[in-house]
Write a protein that binds this ligand. Structure first.
Ligand SMILES: Nc1nc2c(ncn2[C@@H]2O[C@H](COP(=O)(O)OP(=O)(O)OP(=O)(O)O)[C@@H](O)[C@H]2O)c(=O)[nH]1
Ligand SMILES: [Mg+2]
Ligand SMILES: [Zn+2]
Length: 313
């Protein structure tokens, strides 16, 4: 028996990094396979596990430690099921591009809200500044102002410039970090920089659509030379929010959370109710219009009617 962490999940087989520093392939012990009820995957990247060598060179995952947190997305085909992308995350980094591709605020906010709900520190990395037009620059400045004010650290750079990337390195040391961002925003490019020799495939941006090509198709936890891990995830659109209820949603918008206790009604959803302190703060410019728009869009399109999964696991 020894402890390890799941680095990669390939269907029935998992790559585990053991405490001793060996990488071994494991299958899942039968009773653990049965545990998967509401999720499609019983063991996930980032899980802390106990492994057992059942015969020479043959390993099974015998137990999975309770998860500190996890990030989920909806399974495409099975609407009621969700898939855990990664677990036990310390920090989320959202790669944001203003152009090639254009990242929507709703994409950023959806991840921030998920991070907030799971108590994960979130940073924004505005990438591809080398491609900025004057208009893009203004757009970036405006967005950075919004997120800085709420308290999310923003970093602005071009990953093509080694000197600028060097300043990011420290942020990753000795932490388990998750990189998120639309396809083509530079997640794999950043990992190649953080882990020399890892050679993650990076893609071209299609000229016609200015979009990425969805090159990274599964999650993987990569050990960092300076200690810690970084997870590369596919550029998913359908990220997060699966188990956040409509009523809870405003709790995870930090700036809305500051005001919602002052609303006249306890059940206020901050849409058009009288005496709504959130709407008043919006009118007074204390809440950014873009964030409020994200809130409404998530409320209508994504948040669940009821919460059907406890986050504390
Ligand atoms: N001009 C410019 N190109 C960049 C920059 N950072 C990354 N790229 C390019 O953008 C393209 C996409 O980068 P990837 O790292 O593959 O993007 P990804 O986020 O991993 O994409 P998926 O794996 O599809 O989710 C590559 O051709 C990179 O070289 C940058 O700062 N400036
Ligand atoms: Mg990639
Ligand atoms: Zn209200």
């Amino acid at each position: 028996m020894q402890k390890g962490i799941i680095l990669k999940s390939l269907g029935q087989v998992y790559d585990v990094l053991t405490e001793k520093g060996d990488k071994v392939s494991c299958t899942l012990k039968g009773n653990l396979r049965m545990k998967s009820i509401s999720t499609t995957n019983p063991a996930v990247v980032g899980d802390s596990v106990i492994i057992d060598e059942v015969s020479p060179g043959e390993y099974v995952i015998a137990d999975i430690a309770p998860r500190k947190n996890y990030i989920i997305r909806k399974s495409k085909k099975l609407s009621k099921q969700f898939q855990i992308i990664a677990s036990n995350i310390d920090r989320v980094f959202i790669l944001v591009t203003i152009t090639h591709p254009k990242t929507q605020n709703t994409f950023i906010d959806r991840i921030l809200i998920t991070a907030e709900a799971y108590d994960i520190e979130a940073h924004l990395i505005f990438n591809k500044t080398d491609l900025y037009s004057e208009k893009n620059k203004a757009d970036a400045r405006e967005r950075i102002e919004v997120y800085d004010t709420i308290g999310y650290p923003c970093h602005s750079l071009s990953l093509l410039d080694d000197k600028q990337v060097a300043s990011l390195k420290n942020l990753f040391a000795n932490k388990v970090s998750l990189l998120c961002g639309m396809s083509g925003t530079g997640k794999s490019t950043l990992i190649n920089y953080l882990v020399p020799g890892v050679n993650r495939k990076t893609g071209n941006i299609s000229k016609a659509h200015k979009k990425g090509m969805h090159l990274t198709t599964f999650s993987e936890m990569i050990p960092l030379p300076q200690g810690g891990f970084v997870a590369d995830t596919p550029g998913v659109q359908e990220f997060g929010l699966v188990d956040i209820s409509k009523y809870e949603l405003s709790h995870y918008f930090r700036e809305m959370n500051l005001y919602r206790n002052k609303c006249k009604f306890n059940s206020c959803m901050h849409i058009n109710e009288p005496g709504c302190a959130v709407l008043q703060a919006l009118e007074e410019g204390k809440i950014a219009v873009s964030r409020y728009e994200s809130y409404l869009s998530m409320l209508v399109n994504e948040a669940a009617e009821v919460s059907y999964e406890s986050r504390s696991n």
